[in-house]
Design a protein around this ligand. Structure first.
Ligand SMILES: [Zn+2]
Length: 128
């Protein structure tokens, strides 16, 4: 795993990219041999645009960072009932719409998640 600092014209500042090691027994080289690029300076605003450094959709970079756990402090967290695993668990907020469950790594539309307190109210933030 190596880290590179590059200038991101989307954010207007330098960001740190981490190139994760490819899996050791990855099967077909053309599918899995490339390292995955994770931007550890991902911001919620990045999800709205295409990542200018990697050419991926911004939300994909958010999911990658969340799953990599390279910079968990980057995300706001809400506790909510996960649609994927059915547990009340911390959800790392990726953008206005999506959050990732830290238990099962499922991606939820967190704006629709219910709080775990037994009330019917939505989690307080809205996406209007
Ligand atoms: Zn879950």
């Amino acid at each position: 795993m190596r880290t590179e600092e590059v200038y991101c014209s989307g954010c207007g500042h330098k960001v740190r990219l981490v190139f994760t090691d490819p899996p050791p027994h990855g099967g077909h080289a053309n599918l899995t041999g490339d390292p995955e690029i994770v931007c550890v300076d991902y911001e919620e605003g990045c999800a709205a645009i295409k990542c200018l450094v990697t050419g991926k959709a911004g939300i994909i970079m958010g999911v990658r960072l969340a799953k990599s756990h390279l910079n968990d402090g980057r995300f706001r967290v809400v506790q909510a009932l996960c649609d994927c695993c059915g547990q009340v668990a911390d959800q790392e907020i990726l953008d206005d719409t999506y959050a990732m469950c830290i238990l099962c790594e499922g991606t939820n539309r967190w704006a629709n998640l219910k709080s775990g307190e037994g009330s019917e109210s939505d989690v307080s933030l809205s996406v209007d």
